[in-house]
Design a protein around this ligand. Structure first.
Ligand code: PLP
Length: 469
């Protein structure tokens, strides 16, 4: 592609993106396709000869876009909603253009230093301890796997050196994200090594149960090594009691990894700073700017107080000749701290977002999202046909139609089938509940009110008379 051809194709693509961002709310949120439908529309084998950009782009518009579920839609309210904000998209575009790879400082000085600078800014804004070293991963799942590898290295270096395994035990709550279990499996632990600690009525890990489980394992000759509390659990955004979990981890000499993938950004607000109480005792913490910080997929940050353990966990006796970089003051070789050798400059899009909105702009959106969630919850509480299924935390509301699980599942399907909104579900206290998760930068109070109308109308599809609100 010549630079001139690139220029005209890029203008077309960027024009399309601008229109898409303006019009995204007119698309059905959830793709209206059957599995395999797109595959059947695409050629079974790749082209022998190159094709003109116009044809590729036409197929993008006509085939790919209709088979897309629009996470950038303001009424995408499922899972933990996210956003590719304008500045984030531009950062992503420029990242691909520079195609930098900062496995070593010298192979990508700007990327290596921007990663340190942006994560330093965010660390200050979150009030995290100054000694926390940050590095960027693709997802929280990968970041947590690295944290567990580091925890394993700290507790049992003989695994890396000689492949000798003590009987390790890891503790997380029964409401932890599945990524914790999968990270433990990837780090070589068997499922039997993972303890799911029960939660209280607010879906928070019970510290007493955590300590009892550790004591039982010690008595049985096992090696407790890691505790993973969650700030903002996936089902209900509950907060495990970090100060208590941290004190217990400290008492027994266990690695403390905090999963703040969703709720971490809330600590940018003074009134929510307290959620990080106890974090100064953490060995590592993960949070996802690609969830609630308006950065396009994917970008997850792992902070650690003990970067040297991450280095050790993945170190060989000797660096191969082709990678030797020598030591230079202030030169961070990020490949030393994580499994991937090649790294793209994800910090660029974070830098664009942090600078474009500033701390104040980001705080304003986070507060607005939480206010919309509280407002929605008030409507749910006031309606005789609906009830809250969990305390409202941050920008997530879990609620139920007062009926059976089947009624609630059918309601969710009816709402989602309209294409006007997309919500997800979970099970809380044995009952199916709907989740309304606000996290898209374009979501307005009007969207949330319209979705509430849609939910109420969908609860009585055959014109059954609803009970008076
Ligand atoms: N931790 C929590 C609390 C989550 O809610 C999620 C995903 O929703 C994850 C971890 C996994 O995040 P990722 O998709 O970045 O691996």
């Amino acid at each position: 592609m010549s630079p001139e051809e690139f220029r005209s194709a890029a203008h077309e693509a960027v024009d399309w993106i601008a229109g898409y961002l303006r019009d995204v709310r007119h698309y059905p949120v959830l793709a209206r396709v059957r599995p395999g439908e797109l595959t059947d529309l695409l050629p079974a084998s790749g082209p022998e000869r190159g094709e003109p950009f116009e044809e590729i782009f036409r197929d993008f518009r006509d085939l790919i876009v209709p088979a897309t579920t629009h996470w950038n839609h303001p009424r995408f309210l499922a899972y933990f909603a996210n956003s590719a904000s304008g500045p984030g998209i531009l950062g992503e575009l420029l990242c691909a253009a520079l195609n930098s790879n900062h496995m070593l400082w010298k192979t990508g000085p700007s990327a290596a230093e921007l990663e340190q600078v942006t994560l330093g800014w965010l660390r200050q804004w979150l009030g995290l301890p100054e000694e926390f070293f940050g590095n960027i991963h693709d997802t929280a799942s990968t970041a947590t796997m690295h944290a567990i590898l580091a925890a394993r290295e700290a507790a049992a270096p003989q695994i890396r050196l000689r492949g000798e395994w003590p009987s390790l035990a890891l503790y997380t709550s029964e409401h932890a994200n599945l990524s914790v279990d999968r990270a433990a499996l990837a780090a070589g632990l068997g499922r039997a090594a993972i303890r799911h600690i029960p939660v209280d009525g607010g879906f928070r890990m019970i510290p007493r149960a955590l300590e009892s489980a550790i004591q039982a394992d010690l008595a049985a000759g096992k090696t407790p090594f890691c505790v993973v509390p969650t700030l903002g659990t996936t089902s209900s955004a509950s907060l495990d009691p970090l100060p208590e979990a941290a004190a217990i981890a400290r008492r027994y000499g266990l690695w403390l990894h905090v999963d703040a993938a969703y709720a971490g950004p809330a600590a940018l607000l003074e009134e929510h700073r307290g959620i990080l109480e106890g974090v100064e005792l953490a060995d590592s913490l993960v949070l996802n700017p690609h969830k609630w910080l308006f950065v396009p997929m994917d970008l997850s940050i792992l902070y650690t107080r003990r970067p040297e353990v991450f280095r050790r966990a993945l170190s060989l006796e000797e660096t191969p000749a082709y990678l030797q970089a020598g030591r230079q003051e202030r030169a961070v070789n990020f490949a030393d701290y994580a499994l991937p050798l090649g790294r793209r400059n994800r910090a660029l899009k974070l830098w664009f977002v942090l600078r474009y909105y500033g701390r104040e702009g980001i705080q304003r959106v986070l507060r607005a999202h939480m206010e919309m969630a509280r407002d929605f919850a008030r409507q749910v509480e006031a309606h005789p046909d609906f009830e809250l299924a969990a305390p409202v935390m941050f920008s997530l509301v879990c609620f139920r139609y007062r009926g059976s699980d089947d009624d609630n599942r059918a309601l969710l399907d009816r709402v989602n089938a309209t294409g006007d909104a997309f919500l997800s579900g979970t099970v809380l206290k044995g009952k199916f509940a709907l989740r309304l998760a606000i996290g898209n930068i374009g979501t307005t109070a009007g969207d949330v009110r319209a979705v509430w109308d849609l939910i109420r109308a969908s609860a009585h599809p055959q014109g059954e008379a609803p009970r008076a609100p």
